[in-house]
Ligand binder design. Sequence first.
Ligand code: SF4
Ligand code: SF4
Length: 377
Amino acid sequence: MAAKILPAGNLQSWIDKLVARYEVFAPVEGSGSSSFKPVKTGQSPALDVRTDVPPKGIIFKQVEKLLTYSTGESGVEVTETPVKETAKVIFGIRPCDARAFALTDKVFVESEMPEAKYTERRKQTAVITVGCTEACKTCFCTSVGGSPAERAGDVYMIDLGDKYLVEALTSTGEKMLEAGKGLLSDAKADDEAAARKTSDEVAESIKKMRVPDAKALDGLFTDEAFWNSLSEKCLSCGACTFLCPTCYCFDVRDEGSVQQGERYRRWDSCMFFQYNRAAGGHNPRDQHWKRMRQRMLHKFSYFVANTGEYSCVGCGRCIRSCPVSYDLREFLEKSFHATSSEHLDFKAELPSESEELEACDVPVGGKSSKTGVGSDV
Ligand code: SF4
Ligand code: SF4
């Protein structure tokens, strides 16, 4: 589909037109952290911010009521929570997060037993992706199959300074552009060349890492010393998994009594001690190293065996959010060494622990465009 140009001065009008038709979520800076929140007419989103919290909770709710139940003389009565979704737009998602939805779809939509609530919400949500004009020190999307200019979602756009190059990627994306009719014009070859140049520079600035072979990783399964060396600092807090756009573990619990109650699904984390504890008390992952092994092998081996893709988009959030500075790239580096004869001197280029990694505000290349800071709503 032909690329369009949106003058920067028309951006807010386009967003307002979308807000008039849909529930629009966009990056917003709050007190202490940034996340995707519903925006109102006239509210400018913080498009240059990579949010601390990924947008996964818009589709895969952190807590969701599945059903209510009651028991009586006639047996058990179950009423499923109806799936009622309004049309939504996620505006300003980064390519890595848009890709993360495509990966999570493999679990909840493209499986033998699609999950109704996630599937319906996903169908009702348009994704407008903003390509990156700079990368953070913790970004490694190009090492796990992505790119700062990946055409993921329904619309792809990129900031060219005083204008945006905008492309519809799907029929839903065309509807989004239709909403902005009159605000967009046809792109010229120069615009597309400028977008390519920016994207190439950003991709070039991201440290390319070597990721170990998925099958070879299984050979490390019983290497307790290897996993211990990665997990000795871990607090099992679960921040890395809750803030990961591709993690999708959940727990199902009933609240109420045997006679009547409600069933809820809640996010869970494989890094929690209780995650694998079975009835009777046995816990096959009762130590940190076993839980770290599960998290790493799921992302870089088991998920690959099932889908052909890593369950990691290289967004770097787990690195920035870890209170004890566990860096997933350390696992990649060490496991590559342990499973390959190739020499990899990567450690020297990892940011040191003393470096500020909390906020993704330290570009490693490309141009900086600090505009449009949103307000909390
Ligand atoms: S594992 Fe870490 S870097 Fe990979 S997608 Fe999850 S939060 Fe991002
Ligand atoms: S990992 Fe970083 S550079 Fe890559 S798409 Fe995500 S935010 Fe952009």
